[in-house]
Design a protein around this ligand. Structure first.
Ligand SMILES: Cc1ncc(C[n+]2csc(CCOP(=O)(O)OP(=O)(O)O)c2C)c(N)n1
Ligand SMILES: [Mg+2]
Length: 798
């Protein structure tokens, strides 16, 4: 085993030269493997589409030394990492060296079923902690995961033997252009986040070009302001040594003052260009003497000796972190370092040509045919490297992804018995009732809301369970006896995260809470609330959370124009389509609270099922008279499958009214008004177009390979069975307080003509009756659509 020597002064240990030699050799191999993986995908593997995609080579090369220092030395198995999107080849190469990634997967990089272009929790076979790809999101997720780790620790939920880790993000400097990163920083500061490391690959380049000079000053300021300890790592050891020589300060001043674009261009051009420029611009003859004493290669190596490519500097800095305060390490690097693309402003999409690759391969001393050999061409023997790799702390754990036993969910959740109540109130009451009990479910529910806790009806739950914070804070209003129904004390035992108004943070926190099982081995049941229109504000993060299979329940409430006087800015229109279109989420929009109670119980199961997913409830503040009924098992099954007949049709009926959500009273009234004219007409309650649609599509007739084969749909889907009693040419008048496309597809199930009603235009303030009239979803509009349907049918000869 290779050990470090303690340094004489008891400072951060000096890196053992033997260990450093191994790390340097392996960094070289990681550079080779990642570059070869990309080249192989573009030039070697048969590429049917001839789509040679750049964006990986230069970006990967930039992060190699940082990632080598982290993965091969500093990280522990319990640490979790968000790797910047374009460094995925580096990540896979490192896993390959650990024996946790196969050659076959690397050979299939970016091909179907192979290693993914961007690290993916769900699709990559090596252990990706956080998916990345959409810049900025992985960065924020690492911080949110640190908050969740604190929550788990302070609630005593961490399973025995699972130590807390550091939540690390390897960040591209341009990721700081994404506002969501700053939103997360502020939230982290409010919650006194710990154990988060952001290591910024400060190559001063983004996709299109070289980034603004002194960007890091701004990043540094903001990071400090939001509680990060900032460490700037600029110069490597060789440059530091040069600065100590006579004239060194002048050299340093020149580099410090050099604009990013000039530095990048000279890096690309190499030794002679450095010499020519420095000869012209270095006033101090002693500084010029430093330059003159070096040949072109050595001069280039010196001038590009940034800390981000100096393993010693990196290790010193990383190992020097001894506390759990959040760290932002700004590490100077060169995009494309050690590749012929280095520094060129257009290099993001750059690729090595086959000729350049041949030169590079020779330089890496990799014989043809041995490109995937993990040890060939290095200065250290295979035996030593194998021994070294066997001791790497990060690779010691067998499996780093945890599992967690499911939380028991009662078969039924009690629905409030009020004769008239809205689904939003019902939701608050059901949750409050859960909170009043001493159950496993109550212990594992965590609620979260971006400053709309009270107005989305979480008050009851929060009063019972309290707000979470690392440190206690008193409820001053209560202590001063100012009457308020809402308790607002915070403590480490609280079970509600109160966020600022940033819906992005809500969804990223839901992602982190919803990954507590694989990350920390404990199952949490996160429930987030927000106003439904602002689902769109957090949509990217919503998709991101689902993309990596985080499990949560999100409640969009109030929704639609039914929150009438609040006006168009608060009225959601297209969210029913979001619920249907989003993968790994099941969306429901119940009208009645007995339905809601069943859906929530189902949802808590769904959030834990191996092939389950998240749940999105679109709720309303509109109080509705509740049906007086008991939910039979058959009704429960039907409403969970997406719909049931509130008024069943008579056989071969010519028409059905189909409604979803808060427009139930209008649909019921219209049904009553027309049923004499259209005998036997049915009234179908849809609780989830998403469920109906998904099952209908899944049951489409398919051939042996699973491809859709045309022909009649299998009559096995729930919606098909529901619509079967109607006449084959029956009309369906559909209505919801949302975009009508959510239900208009129903006509395709059995070829019945659909008359879709819904909201298609931005709304305005008003009362419910006015707005329903304006948007054509009131009783009259439904009756009008029924009349049109009957006329059409008559015209067609019936
Ligand atoms: C949300 C989002 N917008 C745009 C892109 C396209 N894109 C990929 S990488 C990149 C620039 C990345 O620059 P930086 O973060 O500095 O990474 P590096 O220089 O290390 O490659 C852009 C704009 C993306 N992946 N995600
Ligand atoms: Mg960059």
């Amino acid at each position: 085993m290779i050990r470090d020597k303690p340094s004489p002064g008891g400072q951060a240990p000096v890196v053992d030269p033997d260990r450093l030699a191994c790390l340097r050799a392996l960094a070289q191999k990681i550079l080779w493997l990642s570059t070869w993986t990309i080249h192989h995908a573009n030039h070697v593997r048969p590429n049917r589409d001839r789509l040679k995609v750049g964006g990986h080579q230069a970006s990967s090369a930039s992060a190699i030394d940082i990632m080598t220092a982290l993965y091969l030395d500093v990280l522990r198995p319990e640490d979790r990492v968000a790797v910047k999107p374009h460094a995925s080849p580096v990540f896979h190469a490192i896993q390959y060296l650990f024996g946790k990634q196969s050659r076959e997967q690397l050979e299939r990089f970016r091909a179907l079923g192979g290693a993914q272009a961007y690290p993916s929790r769900t699709k990559d076979r090596d252990e990706v902690d956080f998916s990345t790809g959409s810049v900025g999101l992985g960065v924020a997720l690492s911080l949110c995961a640190a908050l969740v780790q604190d929550y788990v620790l302070l609630h005593g939920l961490m399973p025995p033997g699972v130590p807390p880790g550091r939540m690390v993000a390897i960040v591209g400097d341009a990721e700081f252009d994404e506002g969501n990163v700053f939103e997360a920083m502020l939230e982290g500061w409010k919650h006194d986040v710990r154990n988060v490391w952001w290591i910024v690959d400060y190559n001063r380049q983004s996709l299109d070009s070289v980034v603004t000079d002194r960007l890091f000053n701004r990043i540094e300021d903001i990071a400090r302001t939001t509680g990060f300890e900032v460490v700037v790592l600029k110069y490597g050891k060789r440059l530091q040594e040069a600065y100590r020589q006579p004239g060194g300060l002048a050299l340093r001043r020149w580099i410090d003052d050099c604009p990013n674009s000039v530095y990048s261009a000279l890096t690309f051009k190499g030794g002679p260009a450095w010499r020519e420029t420095l000869a012209r611009e270095l006033g101090d003859p002693r500084a010029r003497a430093i330059v003159d004493g070096l040949d072109d290669d050595a001069l280039h190596a010196l001038m590009t000796n940034l800390a981000g490519h100096d393993l010693e500097s990196l290790l010193e800095a990383f190992r020097g972190v001894r506390d759990d305060r959040p760290r932002c390490l700004l590490v100077y690097t060169i995009k494309g370092y050690r590749l012929p693309l280095a520094g060129h402003k257009d290099n993001h999409a750059g690729m090595l040509s086959p000729a350049q690759m041949a030169v590079f391969q020779r330089a890496m001393r990799v014989p043809e045919g041995r490109e995937w050999d993990p040890f060939v061409g290095l200065d250290v023997t295979e035996e030593r490297l194998r021994a070294f790799l066997a001791t790497v702390p990060f690779a010691q754990a067998g499996r780093r992804v945890h599992d967690a036993p499911p939380v028991a969910i009662p078969d039924r959740l009690a629905a409030p018995g009020d004769p008239e109540i809205s689904t939003q109130s019902g939701f608050g009451r059901i949750l409050s009732d859960i909170g009043s009990r001493d159950s496993e479910l109550a212990a594992r529910v965590v609620t979260i809301s971006p400053d709309v806790t009270v107005s989305t009806n979480l008050s009851g739950w929060v009063n019972r369970r309290g707000i979470f914070h690392r440190s206690e804070s008193r409820d001053v209003f209560r202590e001063l006896q100012v009457a308020s129904p809402q308790k607002w004390a915070m403590s480490p035992a609280g079970q509600h995260f109160e966020l600022g108004i940033a819906e992005h943070n809500l969804f990223i926190m839901l992602a982190a809470l919803g990954l507590a099982a694989p990350l920390f081995g404990v199952r949490l049941l996160p429930v987030g609330t927000l106003y439904d229109p602002f689902v769109l504000r957090g949509l990217d993060a919503f998709a991101y959370a689902c993309y990596q299979d985080a499990r949560f329940m999100v409640v969009g409430t109030p929704s639609g124009v039914s929150l009438a006087p609040e006006g168009g800015a608060h009225q959601s229109i297209i969210t029913p389509l979001v619920g249907m279109g989003m993968d790994r989420v099941t969306a429901f929009e119940p009208a009645f609270v007995d339905e809601l109670a069943e859906i929530m119980a189902w949802g808590f199961h769904q959030m834990q099922a191996p092939t389950g997913g998240s749940v999105y409830l679109r709720l309303s503040t509109r109080p509705l008279a509740q049906p007086q009924r008991t939910v039979t098992p058959a009704l429960r099954d039907a409403l969970l499958a997406g719909g049931y007949w509130l008024r069943p049709p008579e056989p071969a009926a010519a028409l059905a009214i189909v409604y979803e959500g808060a427009v139930a009273p209008e649909a019921m009234a219209a049904h009553e008004a027309i049923v004499d004219e259209v005998p036997g007409a049915g009234l179908l309650a849809v609780t989830s177009p998403d469920r109906l649609y998904a099952e209908w599509r899944a049951n489409a007739t398919r051939d042996a390979d699973g491809r859709e084969a045309g022909g009649p749909a299998q009559p096995s889907s729930h919606i098909d069975a529901l619509l079967a009693p109607l006449a084959p040419d029956a009309a369906l008048v559909t209505v919801l307080d949302g975009h009508p496309a959510a239900l208009s597809w129903l006509g395709s199930v059995r070829g019945q003509r659909t008359y879709p009603l819904g909201v298609e235009r931005f709304g305005q303030s008003g009362d419910v009756a006015d707005l329903y009239r304006v948007h054509g979803i009131d009783e009259d509009a439904i009756i009008g659509a029924v009349a049109r349907a009957c006329l059409d049918r008559a015209r067609r000869g019936r």
